[in-house]
Design a protein around this ligand. Structure first.
Ligand code: ATP
Length: 874
């Protein structure tokens, strides 16, 4: 079928399409033809589950464990060998399950941010997920869209595309509307084609899809490269590096301990080796990297539930250190529900309701408003469709019983110059009583400058500086109330021909229509929350400076002593000027997307981590440049969504602030989980080192340490990762992105807490040692395990559990209980007892000492936290 469509000329293809049954879904087309897969690129070679499983064994630790297993077998400790192998396999299974789960969650996030496409099927216009596009579909493209399949252009309205994903060339490419002959098509001529992965930067077009998915040119390249995505975040990378460094240091210490045991204490080679192996197993944080991945994945899922779709895991980390949020006004900080307010025409300022259509000027104002817009209002349902600014105009017409459709049918649109944020104007050409008339609406500062006449009930009069001044004053008055003011003009063209941009000059000014777009109530709270958290909110808008400042004041963004700067003023500032004034500017008005890059750069020069919102095509570079590019899920173009690292499913500013809190919470949880895992490991290291230096028997067997590191420690670590975000998080200052996660204070806490646990473990060891080396080891193992389980509660946060409350993280209680059950099973179930080398002389009565000792470090740590809580005055 693809071939058949591909070979048809556009006209033939259109006919064939029209003949197709109406409203066929992509699924149905695929099912009927049995020919096409979903329109998606397969992401390189997907790893099979077995591949992922075997990759879990490519690790330094595994090599050490295998050595341990061999040594155990050599020393006729077959049980240990079996346990080590069993743990290795179990660990690999867990690792594989985590990997697959993380993949799945990334997949589901990707599906949420997948582009959609507008298609014509059987003459019906539909918006469908891009994965459902099939060859033979007619796709409607407009500025801001991403081309989702390869296709031939059927109709072209000045289409310009950026094909950099295919060619690497970032210059826009003009597409021609030339008709293509059947011969050219047969020869595979690529003129008039658009390719999947390109971005529409200008104009519109209708395209017949000829290839989808891996059949597209982009698909062919992807298949050639077959690359798998690099998914590690900076945090994961730095932790991997830390683990590798730690492993090397441990190997060196192990070698030293081994030699020391042989030469100083005269231990046998095998026993000395067991010491070295125990030390290595105790020290290497096996679960660390997978726990970080799990916590990150859980964090992104939580954010998605709260309408912030994270496209890039790295964004979760950066979010925690965001210090400046630059936000668009319309729709993000405000509701984007425009309602018409006051109107100015023929020298009088009236309430919209008082418009008098008997007055020629006022009647023409409404006519221009309805003809030069695309919004419509469904009479039956009352629902309006279109740009909210234009919807307000249609609503104004409605108040007077004027049906926009009837007006438009009476004066069909003969040509148009579409609205763009740079020009801030939109014009349409109509036949008004045989005269080709261009109606233009747009920003008053642009239109008023280009008006030579002013329409009055006596007819057009010259636009004198005084008249211009009077209109500007009215605009000021309206803008100061936070109203958006749209101005209207007309111009008679010499003949019926397509209008050009140069025609947008020499207007006759008709009047003004103002509209209100109230701030989102939740945005006011979010701005204040952000400020409390040391995060600065900056408004960036295409709207008028006075309107923007008024709204910014209502939102709490613009405060006493702040500055509002317009795009023109920004152009006149040098980078040095901007740097100097930057901290005082909280509103940028009448800016174009290009200005956003300058603003991001300036804040980044100050060392801030900047989040920038954007919805248009031209916003993409600024979104890429920002540390967190934020696109709008509802109103944003596909291009902006593609460039962003986070998408707001609800276009709401408050969601950004929520995401920042979540980013901080995820980072804090990861840090706490690391503290928990490493302090437990430190305790193990201290014990083994102490025993080796004092020539005591080895306190733990590798199986003990594996049991703790991989089972009983993993559960509380995950529970710590699920700690809910606390209110206090927003009161802290943003995290310094340059500060390493393992900073001095964290390392010293790890050392001190590790030492505390090691002390009680060695006391338990000595208690058992009075009877036998075997009981000493069992006592030490049980105490270390339980002390680390208790320690899970200490690592939930900086505050004491009395402040945090046990009930706020039920997972931590479950993890503790599960760990205790596992420990009891190992200590008392006969089969497991022998596997874990539990001393025959171990009795339930010993449990009392173990519980008491294991609880001691937590008691001390909690007391210290209570004192700190009191000092902080909470
Ligand atoms: P944001 O705050 O998100 O930047 P904005 O709506 O204020 O959005 P633009 O959409 O770029 O910014 O609009 C800039 C100006 O262009 C508006 O202040 C208004 O004067 C004018 N304008 C907006 N929409 C239209 C439209 N549909 N037709 C003509 N002029 C428009």
């Amino acid at each position: 079928m693809a071939e058949a469509y591909y070979r048809k000329t556009p006209q033939q293809a259109l006919e064939a399409q029209k003949a197709a049954p109406a409203g066929l879904s992509g699924e149905e087309v695929r099912r009927r033809t049995g020919q096409y897969g979903p329109n998606k690129l397969s992401e390189g070679k997907q790893k099979s589950v077995s591949q992922i499983f075997f990759e879990q064994f490519k690790d330094l630790l595994v090599v050490i464990l295998l050595i341990a297993a061999v040594i155990s077998a050599l020393s006729e400790n077959v049980e240990s060998t079996i346990v080590i192998f069993a743990v290795l396999v179990l660990n690999a299974i867990l690792g594989t399950a985590q990997y697959v789960k993380a993949e799945k969650s990334l997949e589901s996030l990707k599906a949420m941010s997948a582009p959609s496409a507008k298609v014509l099927r059987g003459g019906v216009r539909l918006e469908i997920p891009s994965a459902d596009v099939v060859p033979g579909d007619i796709v409607l493209l407009e500025a801001g869209d991403m081309v989702v399949a390869d296709g031939r252009i059927l109709e072209n309205f000045s289409l310009k595309v950026n094909e950099s994903s295919l060619t690497g060339e970032s210059e826009g490419v003009d597409k021609t509307a030339e008709a293509i002959t059947a011969e050219q098509v047969a020869l595979g001529d690529q003129k008039n084609m658009v390719f999947s992965g390109s971005l529409v930067t200008y104009g519109r077009a209708t395209v017949l899809v000829t290839a989808t998915g891996m059949e597209t040119e982009l698909g062919k390249i992807a298949a050639l490269m077959n690359q798998t995505q690099q998914r590690k975040t900076p945090l994961q990378e730095s932790l991997d590096k830390f683990s590798a460094k730690l492993a090397t240091v441990i190997m060196i210490i192990c070698a030293a301990v081994f030699l020391l045991s042989i030469f100083r204490t005269g231990m046998g080679v095998l026993d000395s080796l067991m010491f070295a192996v125990a030390l290595a197993v105790a020290a290497i944080p096996e679960a660390l990297s997978s726990i970080v991945t799990i916590v990150l994945a859980m964090g992104t899922q939580k954010m998605a539930r709260q309408n912030a779709i994270i496209k890039d895991l790295k964004a979760v980390e950066s979010l925690g250190s965001v210090s400046v949020i630059c936000s668009d006004k319309t729709g993000t900080l405000t509701q984007n529900k425009m309602t018409p307010q006051k109107v100015y025409a023929d020298g009088s300022l009236l309430e919209g309701d008082d418009l008098n259509l008997v007055n020629d000027v006022q009647r023409l104002l409404l006519k221009a408003a309805l003809l030069a817009s695309d919004a419509t209002n469904n009479q039956q349902t009352g629902a309006s469709i279109g740009d909210p600014t234009e919807v307000a105009l249609v609503q104004l017409g409605e108040k007077f019983g004027v049906d926009e459709e009837a007006y438009r049918a009476q004066h069909p649109r003969l040509g148009e110059l579409a609205f763009d944020s740079d020009r801030k104007l939109m014009s349409t050409l109509h036949d008004i009583d045989g005269v080709p008339t261009l109606f233009t609406k747009g920003a008053i500062d642009v239109l008023l400058q280009r008006s030579n006449y002013l329409l009055t009930r006596e007819g057009p009069v010259e636009m004198t500086p005084e008249r211009r001044e009077a209109i500007s004053r009215i605009n000021m008055e309206l803008s100061m109330e936070g109203l958006r003011v749209l101005s209207f003009g007309y111009k008679e063209l010499p003949g019926f021909r397509p209008p050009a941009l140069s025609d947008e000059d020499g207007f006759t000014f008709i009047g003004l229509i103002s509209m209100i777009d109230p701030p989102r109530p939740e945005a006011i709270q979010a701005v204040s929350d952000a400020r409390e958290g040391g995060i600065r909110t900056i408004m960036i808008t295409g709207d008028h400076k006075v309107t923007a400042s008024a709204i910014a004041k209502q939102l709490g963004i613009f405060r006493e002593g702040d500055e509002a700067v317009s795009g023109v003023e920004l152009d006149n500032m040098t980078d040095a000027d901007l740097d100097q004034r930057l901290a005082g500017i909280s509103v940028y008005a009448r800016v174009s997307p290009e200005h956003k890059i300058r603003i991001v750069n300036a804040w980044q020069r100050r060392g801030s981590i900047v989040s920038m919102t954007g919805d248009g095509v031209n916003d993409a570079p600024a979104l890429k440049k920002a540390d967190i590019g934020v696109a709008m899920g509802i109103t944003g173009t596909e291009v902006s969504k593609d460039a962003a690292s986070m998408i707001l499913a609800d276009d709401n500013f408050a969601t950004i602030v929520k995401a920042v809190v979540n980013g901080r919470s995820v980072y804090a949880n990861i840090k706490n989980a690391i503290q928990f895992l490493l302090s437990g490991n430190a305790a193990g290291i201290f014990c083994v080192l102490y025993a080796s230096l004092l020539a005591l028997p080895v306190p733990f067997q590798p199986v003990h340490l594996l049991f703790i590191n991989l089972l009983t420690d993993s559960l509380p670590a995950i529970a710590i990762g699920m700690e809910p975000a606390r209110k206090g998080l927003l009161r802290q200052k943003p995290r310094d992105p340059k500060e390493p996660i393992l900073n001095k204070s964290l390392l010293s806490r790890i050392g001190a807490q590790g030492l505390l646990i090691a002390v009680v473990t060695m006391i338990a060891f000595y208690l058992g040692y009075q009877e036998s080396a075997a009981l000493a080891s069992t006592m030490a193992f049980a105490t270390l395990t339980l002390a680390r389980l208790f320690h899970g509660f200490n690592c939930r946060g900086d505050e004491s559990v009395f402040r945090l409350k046990l009930s706020t993280n039920l997972y931590s209680i479950l993890a503790f209980c599960a760990g205790v059950v596992l420990l009891l099973a190992v200590l008392f179930i006969p089969g497991l007892k022998s596997l874990f080398l539990v001393a025959a002389s171990f009795r339930p009565a010993n449990l009392g000492e173990i519980v008491l000792l294991a609880f001691l470090p937590t008691l001390v740590i909690q007391l210290v936290k209570v004192l700190c809580d009191l000092r902080r005055g909470k």
